[in-house]
Design a protein. Sequence first.
Length: 327
Amino acid sequence: MRFLLAATAMAVVFGAAGTAQAQDSALNGRVDRLEREMRAVQRKVFPGGAGQTVEPQITPETDTNIPGSPSSSPLADMSSRVTALEEQQRTLTGQVEQGQYRLRQLEDAFNAYKRGTDARIKSLEDRSVANAALGGEDTTVPADTGGAVIRPPANNPRPSIPAPGTSTPAAGTPKPAASGTGTRAQQLAAIEKPATGDPAEDGYTYGYRLWQAKLYPEARRELEAVATKYPTHRRASYSQNLLGRAYLDSGAPSLAAVAFYENYKKNPKGERAPDSLYYLAQALIKLKKPASEVCKVYTELDQLYGDKLSAEMKTGMAEGRASQKCK
């Protein structure tokens, strides 16, 4: 009888020990898996590593002994702590996924904006090329004017400066034919093409003569060709500036503003960069842009090129600032 009782007691003891050992093994497996997942999350949050870790949000509580309450077993306490760590790990994983989703949204929005901007610029370029190929003047109301009719300012129908930034043709060259005299072919035939051996110089001079004769589409073709083919030639700055003047004089201030801005931005040290910045303000006035935008252009012109401006340009800038009530 005693033998049976002893055997029964030993079975109970070993069974309890086996159960505890199985629970401890399962807990160790959960802890190992949790540590691997936390390391993966930390690598995602801190790609550079460098010893960066996530501080635990759950810290051991102090003075939690309540008189009269039985203490839990070490195994149950460890299990509750592992459960808390698992919940923390799930929360952190969710935050990382939300951050990645928001980043994808920002990238998609930026790409959509870039595609729209590129399409608008290409539309302007295609319209300019089409009008030049047809030999007609660009009188289309640009999309960025909000549909407003383009009219010159009432107090200054045309820029007060006769032609700052344009060079005088070489001595002895024939004067261009007067606008409206004879057919267009006859007017073009009356414009002499120079042949000095410098294609950039010749192209600019011929474009200048066409512009003087108010043959704007032909002048734009010549001037744009010089600015494109010879970007490092000193006449590139002249040609790009006069290209903007040709657009402005033919009633296309939107395309004129683009030409002036490109000349100033791409070649700020060019000889006609100050002129382009000045006429950019004139184009913005014709486009009925806010006075604040025009004043910014005048301010930049004065700060960057104030000492290089002619007396006529300084006077025109002062009149423009006064008309726009610039501070």
